[in-house]
Design a protein around this ligand. Structure first.
Ligand code: CTP
Ligand code: C5P
Length: 314
């Protein structure tokens, strides 16, 4: 709110297929240009018409955008070309997009109408991450990509600060801890984190290092390196804090350090530690462990399978 004045309402729209931290970063910048951010997401039909079928369904894509912490509202099924009528309908002052040109199937700039009405602003696209790049990494079924440093994204502390809430827990807050890979952050993770957050007041997500994830997932996992996974998880509205490179075992030290009241895990299989132990042995012994049902069966592996099945389309 600008000193009692009307709020500045910002509009963004897009496909938001395979939502990554580049999308989140554009929404973060868009939100910073105003007070209230509305994001329009295209239907599967509309995307198929203009650039080919999306990997994720519209329901999955709507949910993912709703999960991003800078988004105030999602409008489902908006047209590919942004019109002034749409901006007016949602009472938005202007539209924001990254500094790349998007075209319709007929080669028309999708933002030509809002550009000529001077209701268009540009933010900087995040270099080093795109759906095309992620698909490329998934199709490389060897470990080479992370041995050779396939990610082109350059992480900085600045970016982490921009993504983080910067909020310590309040005294008396019930702290919930979860740990995992959270690779290619997806709807399954989102549903899980929503349930996890409901268990307390402050949700801490521990992210395993790349070598640890590679040990228990094998092959070319993780697809996203630790820095990228940190940003994807920080962009989620249910997450309060992230541990960058959490130990695989949830130890007494860790639980005391973060004053963890409860450790939760979804219904996915828990891989044992190098010494054969259950990583949740300690919280289970002190009865501070719970299993949650995210109600969602999506996994990183399933995404990779979808991509491989559709590889001819990319
Ligand atoms: N975006 C960005 N940085 C990226 C990728 C996307 O800032 N690395 C922005 C786009 O500029 C756009 C918004 O995210 O404003 C969502 O657009 P969408 O149509 O989903 O993005 P694409 O450009 O198709 O994303 P990608 O290349 O990853 O498929
Ligand atoms: O597999 P990964 O380590 O990324 O999972 C992180 C957490 O999310 C785990 O607790 C896992 O059980 C949970 N999850 C879930 N439902 C899914 C996918 C993951 O509850 N569909």
């Amino acid at each position: 709110q600008n000193g009692g004045d009307r709020q500045v309402r910002v509009w963004c729209d897009g496909c938001y297929d395979m939502v990554h931290f580049g999308h989140a970063n554009s929404l973060r910048q868009a939100k910073a240009l105003g007070d209230y951010l509305i994001v329009g997401v295209h239907t599967d039909e509309e995307i198929t018409k203009h650039k080919g079928p999306p990997v994720f369904t519209e329901e999955e894509r709507y949910k993912m955008v709703r999960g991003i912490k800078w988004v105030d509202e999602v409008v489902e099924g908006v047209p590919y070309v942004t019109t002034l009528q749409t901006l007016d309908k949602y009472d938005c002052d202007f539209c924001v997009h990254g500094d790349d040109i998007t075209m319709t199937a007929d080669g028309v700039d999708t933002y030509h109408l809002v550009k000529s009405a001077d209701r268009y602003k540009e933010v900087q696209r995040t270099a080093g991450v795109s759906t095309t790049d992620l698909v490329g990494r998934m199709l490389l079924l060897t470990r080479n990509h992370f041995r050779q440093g396939c990610s082109q994204f350059l992480p900085t502390t600045q970016k982490i600060i921009q993504f983080s809430n910067g909020q310590a827990p309040n005294p008396g807050d019930k702290i919930v801890y979860v740990a995992g890979a959270f690779d290619l952050f997806h709807v399954g993770h989102l549903d899980f984190l929503e349930k996890a957050q409901e268990q307390g007041d402050y949700l801490i997500v521990g992210l395993h290092t790349d070598p640890v994830v590679n040990r228990y997932k094998g092959k070319n996992y993780p697809i996203m390196n630790l820095h990228e996974r940190v940003l994807s998880v920080l962009a989620c509205k249910y997450v309060s804090e992230v541990v960058i490179g959490a130990p695989y075992k949830v130890t007494k030290d860790l639980m005391e350090h973060f004053k963890v009241a409860i450790v939760v895990h979804g219904q996915t299989k828990v891989m044992e530690d190098e010494d054969g132990e259950d990583p949740f042995k300690y919280p289970k012994e002190i009865e501070k462990f719970a299993t949650l049902d995210s109600g969602n069966t999506m996994t990183t592996e399933k995404i990779v399978e979808r991509i491989i099945r559709n590889r001819l389309e990319f």
